[in-house]
Design a protein. Structure first.
Length: 113
């Protein structure tokens, strides 16, 4: 990915990376809602509950009253695995950028919902 990120997009990548590191999880994510508020989360891997970091971040936004998304970011060890953007699409609709980065926070690609 050669284009430099907007500072607000770089911020959500940093938040995603921090959430991943804090939880010691394989993945972290952050989303920015239409009001500019951000929500960060890590993967959840309980015996009875498995959620991706992006699903948790979207759920946090929804539970806080967000009505849409401007952007999302995912930081993951499994950069070769496809990132499921369905939850971001549910809240944000089509065309929301989802920045995907490796564990060091270096952007790899941008997906769209």
């Amino acid at each position: 990915m050669s284009d430099a990120l907007d500072p607000e997009d770089a911020k959500i990548l940093t938040l995603a990376r921090s959430a991943r590191a804090r939880a010691g999880a394989p993945g972290g994510a952050a989303v920015r809602d239409l009001d500019g508020r951000t929500y960060a989360a890590a993967d959840v891997g309980l015996p009875s509950l498995r959620l991706t970091a992006l699903q948790v971040a979207v759920a946090s936004a929804v539970s806080s009253g967000a009505t849409g998304l401007e952007a999302a970011a995912v930081v993951t060890e499994a950069v070769a695995d496809p990132v499921d953007v369905a939850a971001a699409a549910d809240l944000g609709g089509p065309g929301v950028p989802v920045f995907v980065a490796g564990p060091d926070g270096t952007p790899i690609t941008t997906l769209r919902t």
